[in-house]
Design a protein around this ligand. Structure first.
Ligand code: C5P
Length: 405
């Protein structure tokens, strides 16, 4: 289905992965699996240094393709020569790119297979450097990295953190999921380019005392998927999130909050700058009326007085300077009818309803099933991963925004 709006932009992409001699090469079987999981075809070129850290057999097993290591290997060259390999690729990704490989590529050396393919390909090239932080900081390496940037090579990372050598600093290869997300964004259409998107996600926590709180089962997955999909489609995204266990998405401004009041205040401040507000958070409707200053003790029964929290969506919908607004509703009974009522009661333009009594939709699941209720009627979105559903949803809203502009 070529124009399926939920489709991952990596579907069918031909990625030629160059793996070079850095300890981060041990992460490349995972990288290959993630790329293939996203629908890409992957072929691997393994440098001699790379072979010291990961075996050709491991990469062949996960890529489902023979792995090439040598430039002048007669059997390999007869199957697919280095020029054919260079032509095959939609993108060349060098990950990890060792200090030596950056030096070689920046000089245009062709005395190994990766160097020859690099010179012979028309495909865009990305490098994900991975090395000791002092090697990365060395002026020679910086010069080579700058030269590659001047030559039009895209760079992913490196990240800062602890290193395999026991030291700490900038030089770690970007994590496989970060690399995959980076490539996905390169390949995606950009209907939200120039649009600012504000997203709320996750649960809120309403404190009872310093150790206890009221909360809910939201994991933040759907809100994070909406934020990531909005960034993939070119939006400039701010994610206001309650506590979750999810990794901060790349290149998204993340504002962590705890309570409904704090989430409301952040949205209030930022709403007028946004073109689209997606209220995905499962906000507590009530909070304890008072927050005890010290931990409550004793075993006797007690009553907890609750007071309503601000309704962030309804408040936003009532503002004159409001952007396009998408709400979410997680319902357990008569999902659609409740969704219609909720949209009417709260205002806003669209409401995405999911029936969380189903095992494949709702809190903590990887997949979702949504019906979008909007001014022009109701539309069931195709079932899929939360990311796929979010992508289809945002493409729909991007069309609506384009119509307004
Ligand atoms: O919890 P409820 O079903 O009312 O949530 C529906 C929509 O309203 C969701 O988009 C949610 O993010 C939003 N909401 C909100 N502030 C609240 C309660 C819900 O923005 N206090």
């Amino acid at each position: 289905m070529p124009d399926d709006p939920a489709r991952d932009p990596l579907t069918g992409a031909r990625i030629l992965l160059g793996v070079t001699g850095s300890v981060a090469a041990y992460k490349t079987p995972d990288l290959v699996r993630r790329l293939r999981g996203a629908g890409a075809e992957v072929r691997v070129v393994l440098s001699r240094g790379g072979c010291e850290f990961v075996t050709p057999l491991a990469l062949q097993s996960v890529s489902g393709e023979p792995v090439r290591t040598e430039l002048l290997d007669p059997t390999e060259e007869s199957a697919m020569d280095h020029i054919a390999l260079a032509r095959w690729a939609d993108r060349l990704l060098v990950a990890p790119a060792s200090a030596d490989s950056l030096a070689r590529l920046s000089q245009g050396r062709a005395d190994d297979l990766l160097g020859a393919v690099y010179l012979a390909t028309d495909a865009p090239v990305s490098v994900a450097p991975g090395m000791n932080h002092r090697m990365w900081a060395h002026p020679a390496t910086r010069r080579n990295a700058d030269q590659l940037a001047d030559d039009g090579v895209d760079r992913i990372g490196p990240a800062a953190g602890d290193q395999a050598c026991g030291e700490e600093g900038e030089g770690r290869m970007a994590e496989p999921e970060v690399i995959v997300e980076h490539l996905r964004r390169h390949l995606a259409p950009k209907p939200l380019a120039g649009r600012r998107v504000l997203v709320t996600a996750g649960p809120t926590r309403e404190p009872v005392d310093p150790v206890r709180f009221l909360s809910n089962r939201s994991t933040g997955k759907m809100g994070y998927a909406v934020a990531a999909a909005a960034a993939e489609l070119g939006g400039e995204v701010t994610l206001v999130t309650g506590p979750t266990h999810l990794r901060d998405p790349e290149e998204i401004t993340v504002v962590p909050v705890e309570t409904a009041e704090a989430m409301a205040a952040t949205v209030r401040d930022r709403l007028s700058e946004a073109d689209l507000f997606a209220a995905v958070a499962a906000v507590s409707d009530h909070r304890p009326e008072e927050r005890l200053a010290s931990k409550r003790k004793g075993k006797e029964a007690f009553e907890l007085a609750l007071t309503p929290t601000p309704d962030i969506l309804a408040e936003a919908a009532g503002r004159n300077d409001r952007p396009l607004i998408l709400g979410f509703a997680a319902e357990t009974e008569s999902a659609l009818a409740s969704g219609r009522d909720k949209r009417r009661a709260k205002g806003g333009d669209y409401l995405a309803v999911n029936d969380i009594s189903r095992p494949d939709a709702g809190f903590g699941t990887e997949t979702n099933r949504l019906t979008l209720i909007g001014p022009e009627g109701e539309q069931a979105l195709p079932f899929g991963s939360k990311r796929e559903v979010a992508r289809a949803l945002l493409k729909r809203l991007a069309t609506e925004l384009a119509g307004r502009a």
